[in-house]
Design a protein around this ligand. Structure first.
Ligand code: SF4
Length: 373
């Protein structure tokens, strides 16, 4: 398949690995930001093929994993209300809230539907005008434009029975939070290529300068990742800290102007809490005041719902690269994809799920189902 098969070529992989090995004079720690990259790395065994001096630290780029517990509980509360159709991407249904998940609430009779696009939820609202249709708007910069588009359409159509439970997050403030976290060992970043295909690369040079870290925009196939690592190591060895684009087939420097226009019309930045990590300034999007009537938190009066995070789950440390998933005491014992204690064990981009599915770590039932988009 074009753009897939040629980026999995084992001969080219070997050459890139040789290049990386030859250029290495000391040890380096790199963070791949996106959970999709983490899964690709673990699935293809890339971390095990790299020379000993390179450590890959898994980053916080899994939107399902970082959605705070109180937002999951808000989703559960809204979905339980009579007359509501609650729509979500499939990944969110198994994410544990304080006491249950959306699957459990669905099994108790709530009308919860898995959709593939916010526009599916919008169409549902048009077909069922007497019911309140709520879309769970979770994701990074990649999913936000389609959700902004749905908000615009709802406004244009004058729909009064459509709303959004918004928990959008942004990558650049998360990179900054990682660099500022105590004991941070990250020396360079593989930035998430799909995020940059929407947002462009304009936000990254300031971060590279401020924290003196190379940032290389990287794709998701094995050769993409190896090329990202190769360029990152080359910069580190030369003492450079620039932004490079190793994913030009998908990422123009200016991003996607139409998507950016729509995003800016509907959303503005806000401080956002990340599950297990805490509040990161300006790391999220919220609906602008002009779109507040579409805000499900406001419509269903759940804005003030607060809950405590589980002390047992250490996903906050996993998401900041301070702990490998299998180093968590609960990994594969009390926490499995069937009995998750944290979202990182059930998300298709979660690092704990990746280790559980692909690692040679002794766990019972090592091939249990992990939710996928
Ligand atoms: S293994 Fe489970 S409990 Fe441990 S950090 Fe991952 S999700 Fe949380």
């Amino acid at each position: 398949m074009r753009y897939i098969d040629e980026f999995q070529d084992s001969g080219l992989s070997r050459r890139l690995l040789d290049d990386i090995t030859r250029s290495l004079t000391r040890s380096w720690s790199l963070m791949e930001v996106c959970g999709g990259q983490t899964h690709s790395i673990i699935r293809h065994g890339i971390d095990q093929m790299l020379p000993d001096g390179i450590e890959l630290i898994h980053g916080p780029g899994c939107p399902v994993c970082v959605t705070p517990l109180n937002v999951i509980d808000k989703a559960l509360e809204i979905a339980s209300r009579s007359g509501v159709v609650f729509c979500s991407f499939g990944d969110m249904l198994r994410v544990p809230g304080s006491h249950r998940d959306l699957f459990r609430v669905k099994s108790e009779g709530a009308d919860i539907r898995v959709v593939y696009s916010p526009l599916d939820a919008l169409n549902l609202a048009r077909r069922e005008p007497h019911r309140q249709v709520v879309f769970f708007a979770v994701g990074f910069e990649t999913t936000a434009p389609a959700i902004a588009m749905a908000a615009r359409q709802a406004r244009r159509l004058g729909l009064r029975n459509f709303s959004l439970l918004v928990s959008h997050v942004r990558v650049p403030p998360a990179i900054e939070a990682v660099m500022r976290s105590p004991g941070c060992r990250v020396q360079a970043f593989l930035a998430a290529g799909h995020v940059c295909s929407v947002m462009g690369t304009a936000e990254y040079p300031a971060l590279a300068d401020a924290y003196r870290v190379p940032i290389v925009v990287t794709g998701f196939e094995p050769l993409d990742i190896l090329e990202g690592i190769r360029r990152t190591v080359r910069q580190l060895e030369r003492g450079e800290h620039r932004v490079e684009n190793a994913y030009p087939r998908a990422v123009p420097a200016q991003g996607n102007p139409a998507a950016l226009r729509t995003l800016r019309e509907v959303f503005c930045t806000t401080d956002r809490s990340w599950r297990g990590i805490g509040v990161i300034p300006r790391s999220g999007w919220r609906l602008r005041d002009a779109y507040r009537d579409l805000d499900a938190e406001h419509r269903f009066d759940v804005e003030d719902l607060t809950v405590e995070e589980s002390a047992e789950c250490r996903s906050g440390e996993v998401l900041q690269g301070r702990l490998k998933p299998h180093e968590c005491r609960a990994f594969g014992t009390t926490c499995t994809p069937r009995t998750p204690l944290g979202a990182t064990m059930v998300s298709s981009e979660g690092a704990c799920a990746a280790y559980y599915l692909y690692r040679r770590v002794a766990t019972p039932d090592a091939k249990e189902t992990v939710a996928h988009d």
